[in-house]
Design a protein around this ligand. Structure first.
Ligand SMILES: Cc1cc2nc3c(=O)[nH]c(=O)nc-3n(C[C@H](O)[C@H](O)[C@H](O)COP(=O)(O)OP(=O)(O)OC[C@H]3O[C@@H](n4cnc5c(N)ncnc54)[C@H](O)[C@@H]3O)c2cc1C
Length: 454
């Protein structure tokens, strides 16, 4: 194969990983990022923003041959530490044994991937190059530099890895038969911080994802390696309480004191930060197709912006890359086949994780509230431990089972839901949940639905 050229728009985590895998398949890659290089300029202003990476993300990184280096900077979170309003703490494991989701610095993993990209001879990285236009027939892209000069880049193919507000995707709106939907969630969010102790240790338990679930809103905290926690407050945009209703300082103070009294001992200036910051909206974007004229394609958040309640956005983007990696080999670099196979494989999974993520807000924000909900989780966990081949809880399918596509997890999860509704409707289930007959009934229903196994 003569070295073919590919333009990757967006040097975020997905764009950087994509550039690496394409270069390793022999392509000459130009990676174009609109922002300055965060490794040489403090564009994050010292802020740590972390995300949870789970087995899908790690498996995808491994498939592409990224070393374990990233894991050295990650903190395993084995359980949710649920903080009730009265300060009572409950531990809810994420899975069994060593199952964990991992808190990683978003900028840290991005910079690690950029370092790897820089070490690849086939990749040239350009910062402060903002995509302004793209020709979907030829993959020719036009970038604008900060001083206004324009650069035209010719390549055989191009990828839009330019995130949830993708310019490539917005330009595709003008193409015939392009389907698009954008949906805002009721919630918006702001980030808060818990500083480290003086000796650099964490103020709360390190190996947990801390949640203060309050039914219609919640606060979460993920640990950073420097002893701090990055916290996110998810709250309705409007209604009561909401970002819109909490305008006065005393109302904000009363809100934090009423709902997060124990967190107030740790949070850094939460009321000031709340007053100073503009809450960011949460939205989902679904589009089809993901590729155009066998020349240009979307990947990562550009193809599927989802809400963060399952902690799967980046995991899903890394899986997109792993899928492409496999298809390039499978179709021996025939992009007329790779592009349609890629979008057909990934679109149903993008849609499934979008749906699952939307639903998971209820699951997270209800964690300490609804006793029937807790009971149901206990029954499921007990059954799954007894019959692992017959029942993997939905959370485990999504988070710890990369071999199960998201679309399959959604389908099986819906069937499990139907079964559990029947179990929870058993009269006296609150008292009898630990009785053998409940397990027997569950086994009967599960076998009737799934046969010998899911
Ligand atoms: C509050 C919150 C919590 C989250 N938590 C998790 C989590 O726990 N787990 C998880 O897996 N995911 C999580 N996510 C999602 C995750 O952050 C995204 O899925 C991931 O960052 C997507 O990577 P990306 O490279 O596709 O897009 P991005 O990270 O958005 O990167 C896109 C890049 O393109 C650049 N760009 C944009 N426009 C242009 C242009 N015109 N020209 C050139 N470059 C351009 C941008 O500067 C950026 O660097 C969370 C998201 C949010 C908002």
């Amino acid at each position: 194969m003569s070295a073919r050229t590919i333009t990757v728009v967006g040097g975020g985590p997905v764009g950087a990983l994509l550039a690496i895998l394409l270069a390793r398949h022999g392509y000459q890659v130009g990676l174009y990022e609109s922002r300055p290089d965060s490794r040489t300029t403090d564009i994050y202003q010292g802020r740590s923003i972390n995300i949870a990476l789970s087995d899908r993300g790690w498996t995808s990184l491994e498939k592409i041959g990224i070393s374990d280096e990233a894991r050295k900077q990650a903190i395993p979170m084995y359980h949710r530490a649920v903080h009730a309003v009265d300060g009572e703490l409950t531990s809810l494991p994420y899975g069994v044994g060593d199952d964990a989701i991992w808190s990683v610095s978003r900028s840290g993993i991005n910079e690690h991937l950029l370092d790897v990209a820089d070490s690849e001879p086939n990749i040239t990285t350009y910062f402060e190059h903002r995509l302004a236009d793209i020709d979907f027939e030829t993959a020719t892209a036009m970038f604008r530099r900060p001083k206004g000069d324009e650069i035209v880049v010719n390549a055989d193919y191009a990828f839009g890895a330019d995130g949830a507000s993708s310019k490539v995707r917005r330009l595709a709106h003008n193409l015939p038969r392009f389907s698009y939907s954008q949906t805002y969630m009721p919630q918006s969010y702001i980030e808060l911080n818990i500083p480290a102790n003086e000796d650099g240790s964490h103020k709360l338990e390190t190996n947990a994802l801390h949640i203060w679930p309050r039914k219609h809103f919640m606060l979460i905290a993920l640990p950073n390696t420097d002893g701090t926690f990055t916290c996110t407050l998810f709250l309705n945009h409007e209604g009561r309480p909401s970002f819109e209703s909490l305008r006065e300082r005393e109302d904000v103070e009363a809100f934090f004191e009423a709902y997060f009294p124990d967190a107030m001992d740790y949070l850094e200036r939460p009321v000031d930060v709340f007053m100073e910051k503009t809450a960011s909206p949460l939205f989902l974007v679904q589009v089809f197709p993901w590729s155009f004229n066998r020349k240009v394609a979307l990947i990562g958040d550009a193809a599927h912006a989802i809400v963060p309640f399952y902690g799967q956005g980046m995991n899903c983007g890394f899986e997109d890359c792993a899928e492409l990696h496999a298809l390039i080999d499978h179709y021996d670099h025939d992009w007329d086949q790779i592009f349609p196979a890629y979008e057909n494989a990934r679109k149903p999974n993008g849609d499934a994780i979008a749906e699952l993520s939307k639903r998971n807000f209820v699951e997270m924000s209800d964690l300490s509230g609804d006793s029937m909900f807790q009971l149901r989780k206990m029954i499921e966990a007990k059954f799954s431990q007894r019959f692992p081949a017959l029942w993997t809880p939905l959370y485990s399918m999504v988070t710890f089972s990369p071999e199960v596509p998201y679309s399959e997890a959604l389908r099986v999860g819906d069937e499990q839901n139907t079964i559990m509704e029947k179990i929870m409707a058993i009269p006296g289930i609150e008292e009898d949940w630990d009785e053998q007959y409940v397990m027997d009934r569950l086994q009967e229903l599960a076998e009737a639905t799934f046969g010998e196994g899911q």
